[in-house]
Design a binder for this molecule. Structure first.
Ligand code: SF4
Length: 268
């Protein structure tokens, strides 16, 4: 047996009973019913794909299991977050928010309700870079923000400790460990790597993936943010212009330096 974690639709759990699973469903009752007999050691997370769903069945189920609430249209769906706050009494909960116009409002509501936020940044165009800068300023400067907003949070810590982790790891898309099972049962690499033919050995580590596949663009090899990014933004379109995302990484690097200065100058 390999060490992959499989993200599977709830309808296909039976085919992966011996694997470690992240299970997704549109209805929470489908999760609790299907997984009632599952080995709890093998379930590492659950994803609720519809914010319109009733999450109440998850409250008393598998306490402590990480739960993701997946948004499709953040500009329209953010009011639905209010109905899921009770989950926080029972589970670590992240709201997965795609970076689409209007996503900033969804981030602010999620954070105000004490949800962790996990941005799916795609390959943001200039207008979305501006919205990302606005959200980053909110995350960095707003004293009431107590929850992590990824990928900002991990990138900031990486700069602060001079120990960066590539976005493949931060944003749950590490091909060394993860596989995605589509609704029709097709297996693929995770996230934006779906459809990419893997030409590395099944047991290749992330370093080999980065060198041979993920960060193979010429621009990545010379990029000052390679350690924090890992070539993430060159997928799936290899001709994506990284000027905007390099600005984001630069702002996080500056914020980490400022934080270090502030802490060093604070009285002992
Ligand atoms: S910011 Fe762009 S150029 Fe730099 S490592 Fe990431 S994808 Fe490559």
């Amino acid at each position: 047996m390999n060490d992959f974690i499989y993200e599977v639709p709830v309808e296909r759990v039976s085919a992966y009973r011996d694997q470690r699973l992240i299970v997704r469903a549109r209805e929470s009752a489908a999760l609790t019913t299907t997984l009632a007999d599952a080995d709890p050691e093998r379930i590492v997370g659950a994803r609720l794909l519809s914010l319109a769903a009733d999450s109440e069945p998850l409250n008393a189920w598998a306490p402590g299991l990480p739960v993701d609430l997946v948004m499709a249209d953040p500009g329209a769906e953010f009011p639905l977050l209010y109905r899921h706050t009770e989950l926080l009494d029972h589970h670590p909960v992240r709201v997965i928010i795609p970076v689409r116009p209007g996503f900033a409002k969804a981030v602010k509501v999620a954070v105000s309700l004490h949800f962790a936020v996990w941005l799916e940044p795609g390959q943001p165009e200039p207008a979305l870079i501006e919205e990302l800068v606005e959200v980053m300023a909110f995350y960095l400067r707003q004293p009431t923000v107590a929850q992590p907003v990824e990928f900002f949070h991990s990138a900031l810590l990486g700069f602060y400790h001079d120990d960066p982790a590539p976005l493949w790891v931060v944003l749950d898309a590490d091909p060394q460990y993860l596989r995605f099972i589509a609704d029709d049962g097709a297996e693929s690499l995770p996230g934006r790597l779906a459809g990419v033919e893997a030409t590395v050995a099944a047991d290749a580590d992330l370093g080999e993936w980065l060198t041979r596949i993920l960060a193979a663009a010429d621009e990545c090899r010379g990029c000052e943010f390679l350690g924090s990014c890992g070539g993430y933004f060159k997928w799936p379109r290899r001709d994506y212009d990284c000027a905007g995302v390099k600005r984001l990484f630069g702002l996080l690097r500056d914020a980490a330096a400022e934080l270090r200065r502030d802490l060093n100058s604070a009285p002992a």
